[in-house]
Design a protein around this ligand. Sequence first.
Ligand code: HSE
Length: 410
Amino acid sequence: MINIAVLGYGTVGSGIVEVLNTNGDSINKRTGKEINIKYVLDLKTFPDDPINKKIIHDFNIILDDPSIKVIAEVMGGVEPAYTFVKEALLRGKSVCTSNKELVAKHGAELLKIAKDKNINFLFEASVGGGIPIIRPLNQSLTADEITEITGILNGTTNYILSKMSEEGLDFNTALKQAQDKGFAERNPEADIEGHDACRKIAILSSLAYGMQVDFEDIYTEGITKITDIDIKYAKVLNTRIKLFASSIKDGDEVHAMVAPFMINSDHPLYSVNEVFNGIFVKGNVIGDVMFYGSGAGKLPTASAVVADIIDAVKNLDRNIWTNWSSKKLELTDIKRIKNRFFIRMSNDAAIYDNKNVEEVIKNKFGVVELVSVDGIDGEIGFITSDILEAEISEMLKELPGVLNLIRVRF
Ligand code: HSE
């Protein structure tokens, strides 16, 4: 029997207990050993839950118990998770975590400690919820040079955008639904401002390129500026708006960004809706690979953590090599990247010294594809050809009539 401890009895922590209770027999067979939860660390008590017998409030009990070989950390946030996880690894206990903030910030250091101690630091659940993506990048796609990872990596924002598009829900109602279903972060700003997706693409990029990609270096925009009017234009264009987190390698250069993109049905991520995540990976020999599944929620995320626990138990005295050095990867400045843009501009001539808006657009952007939507007056929509990010930000400063701008990938 192998004793484990779970840090945090929230959505994912209670999911781990449920998964081990539901599938205990098959899990034990696959592991070759019985997995026993000895402690659950939480600030709260749970008097109506059988787990209450195992609840403790002092992390040192876990640290000082030599029978605990594996710890699942599902508290979220950098502290105290970082201190606990580092201490545990230094004491020779493997750690499995769903904590993307922790992995994005301290992944390289914690992996190094695990390697030195010949144990494991595993984090499959930190990106894509229940979708296997860390292990494939680390073990299955190692014959390839990865040239692109583009993902819908945040279930909450994908849920919001899908509900706005399919059911005409407003932003706040859709966000409330995502919170009620347990998808959203405690502070939903991390979801809707793109920070959660940013940390996740930083983790995937660090693994794909084997170097430290700092999430602070990744240009990040969320979905808070997307309105029902943008959704109407997207529909007229037979497109959908998705929050993409992407990193692309071109020669020796890598650029990464998180931003809403308008995509059409030719894009492999077009049909990734609701809370689902999708991750598109391009390798130089394998070509295109797609990963799809539940990107958030109690049981999908717990499923990935438990799979890591099984791996950790099967490899108690053997480090599973992960190619993620602490050497920093300098990302290419996003200003040097070209994109096409969907832009909405007011057609009030007074804003443009009484010039016609179409003339202003032609002078600034050259040939564009104009888009109009029945019932939307007072503005005009259009799609540009490729423009440098540096140029578009300069142009926007000189164009007070711009109402919104969304990058286009079709
Ligand atoms: N808030 C996250 C999401 C949870 O919505 O995807 C899973 O990381």
